[in-house]
Design a protein around this ligand. Sequence first.
Ligand SMILES: Nc1ncnc2c1ncn2[C@@H]1O[C@H](COP(=O)(O)OP(=O)(O)O)[C@@H](O)[C@H]1O
Ligand SMILES: [Mg+2]
Length: 221
Amino acid sequence: MLTVAIVSQKGGSGKTTLAVHLGSSASRAGYVSCIIDTDPQATAAAWGDWRGGEDPEVITTPPARLAKTLSNTAELGAEVVIIDTPPHADAAAREAAKASDLILIPCRPRAFDLHAIRATADLVKFSGKPGFVVFNAAPPRAPSLFSEAAGLVEEIGLRVSPVVIADRAAFHHGTAAGKTAVESDPLGRAAEEMHALWLWACERVNMPARKHERKSRSVQS
Ligand SMILES: Nc1ncnc2c1ncn2[C@@H]1O[C@H](COP(=O)(O)OP(=O)(O)O)[C@@H](O)[C@H]1O
Ligand SMILES: [Mg+2]
């Protein structure tokens, strides 16, 4: 089971947005997937309700029960799990990081925002798991801003995902209807960016971006 933790001590950085989009990408790719929402605000869970039960399933759990919830989920056949976490909650982020194969830290590519995730960076480094900052809600075209921001990320000892998610209305457009950007505007740039993030995440953990590819590979080997 692939487990991706989305963490950042900063609220409003895009944790839930990334969680619901990656969870949906996993389902669309044919994987049995779910989102585990450890945030008491339960935003991802509300999105799941608005979605009317369509995949991916969203499960809420208190951080202290995360390990048990993950083992139950694995027993039930989940193949991809995305963990959404609350801001300002070291314990929750630590538990999620510990349980994950890959940690994503959404952050606006701005000095104040990057400064505000230093404690998250320490927590990720301490976990020993691969952690990447994903620039989110970024201005669509600003190469100098990205190189400057990437330098700041390096300073705090993290790596940067090469996929940048821009500030786009499509990311919140269909939210109240439980839709992702891919579902509300399949040919749009937002859908393209999130798909690129899914492809990159799969590559990082050496997992086929579509489930059926796994079958054909195992037949060949
Ligand atoms: N790339 C983006 N473009 C536009 N709006 C975004 C983007 N990412 C997040 N948002 C919006 O910003 C707000 C905070 O995002 P959210 O995912 O809830 O952050 P967090 O879970 O870290 O608190 C939400 O209203 C969300 O729709
Ligand atoms: Mg959230």
